[in-house]
Write a protein that binds this ligand. Structure first.
Ligand code: PLP
Ligand code: TYF
Length: 396
């Protein structure tokens, strides 16, 4: 039965983890996968999460099925975080939000819903993008193409190219946009450029799908979320996927969401009913634990303040590591100006290194990044930074 089954290629990013685990080099550093580690190289367990879990342990509860759309208190907290609790969309009840299995699950539920709603639409993702964007929408049955984004020569964004592609896209085209902290490049468009993107989306009748996997890792929770407010102000209806994997350091709990801003409360109820069908036919209903923890933190002002401080600490540490990387590369003898690393934002840096250089980094030095030159700066720390800088200097 399975003789004709071909071996599928490994996920280019998650596959690196396996290679890293098998590497015997004691100095090895994993800058491959997008995971935040603290200065001791440890995956953090946030204090706000631990406190919420301790409370839950004191009052253990039975585990019935959750509603298809998840924990109501969780969905409401997500709406508040994404749109603002007092915002007009939330107050008027025109946001449909479901608890999803990670940000990936939010994208998948949205993609399945869209495939039924607009089966002939094309999907545009940034070039480059998180590779799973292409795979997810392709698997949902869409043809996926890309809009220009990274300009290697400029070490920045080809904004003219991006805007021209959006303006040329036929009405109904689904445009996947990174709300903040672009993965993999680390380059975000400016607020003024967002205004131009929004105008093009509106004029062209495109369907925006904002992927918000790193809220709080750029400039702040509010600041990173401000782009959502811009889409609201423009009077658009749109999709937002949320991931708490990084912002709560809850990668393995699979906590995410999908929110759809509709024109009215009545429309949101109809959309929600269809999202529930997508969920039911994929996995029936979500798991409890991660959503319960995030709801317990976001809905409790004191605990939420702890979360905001812990997220700020992660954000500030990443920024400090970017500066250390720039300084360390210079000290290690790198002649070219690497200052662009500090103008990038979020967990990743497109380093500009070639595939050959990345392979050498891996094979000769045990420093793991993707073949595209992406490095996870959130995995740098005061112990590995010098070694990473020296290794990069040797391959440059
Ligand atoms: N979207 C982007 C841009 C990501 O980088 C990630 C990373 O994992 C996700 C979505 C998926 O998040 P999750 O792990 O919560 O499924
Ligand atoms: O880009 C990253 O490294 C993270 C983690 O299929 C990730 O977003 C990578 C690949 C993948 C799922 C998650």
């Amino acid at each position: 039965m399975f003789t004709a089954v071909e071996m599928a290629p490994r996920d280019p990013i998650l596959g690196l983890n396996e290679q890293y685990a098998a590497d015997g080099n004691p100095k090895k550093v994993n800058l491959g996968v997008g995971v935040y580690y603290d200065d001791n190289g440890k995956l953090p367990l946030l204090k706000c999460v631990q406190a919420a879990e301790e409370d839950m342990m004191k009052a253990p509860s039975a585990r019935g099925y959750l509603p298809i759309d998840g924990i109501a208190a969780y969905d409401n907290a997500v709406k508040g975080l994404v749109f603002g609790a007092d915002s007009e969309p939330v107050q008027s009840g025109r946001v449909a939000t479901i608890q999803a299995i990670g940000g990936t699950g939010g994208l998948k539920v949205g993609a399945d819903f869209l495939k039924k709603l607009t089966p002939a639409a094309k999907v545009l993702i940034s070039d480059p993008s998180w590779e799973n964007h292409r795979a997810l929408f392709t698997n949902a049955g869409f043809t996926v193409e890309s809009y220009p984004y990274y300009d290697a020569a400029k070490r920045g964004i080809d904004f003219e190219g991006m805007l021209a592609a959006l303006k040329a896209a036929p009405a109904g085209t689904i445009v996947v946009l990174h709300a903040c902290c672009h993965n993999p490049t680390g380059y975000d468009i400016t607020p003024a450029q967002w205004d131009q993107v929004i105008a093009a989306v509106k004029a062209g009748g495109l369907t925006p799908f904002l992927d918000m996997a790193y809220q709080g890792f750029g400039h702040g929770i509010q600041e990173d979320g401000a782009v959502i407010g811009k889409f609201v102000e423009a009077g658009l209806t749109f999709f937002v996927s949320t991931s708490f994997s990084k912002s709560f350091s809850l990668y393995g709990e699979r906590v995410g969401a999908l929110s759809v801003l509709c024109e009215s409360k009545e429309e949101a109820a109809r959309v929600l009913s269809q999202l529930k069908i997508a969920i039911r036919t994929n996995y029936s209903n979500p798991p409890i634990h991660g959503g319960a923890v995030v709801a317990a933190v976001l809905n409790d002002p004191a605990r939420r303040a702890v979360w905001e401080a812990e997220l700020a600490e992660m954000r500030v540490r990443i920024k400090a590591m970017r500066q250390k990387l720039v300084d360390g590369l210079k000290a290690a003898g790198v002649k070219q100006d690497m200052g662009f690393i500090t103008s990038q934002i979020g967990m990743f840096s497109y380093s500009g290194l070639t595939k050959d250089q990345m392979v050498r980094l891996r094979e000769e030095f045990g420093v793991y990044g993707t073949d595209t030159g992406r490095m996870c700066v959130a995995a740098l720390n005061s112990k590995n930074i010098d070694y990473v800088c020296e290794s990069i200097a040797k391959v440059l």
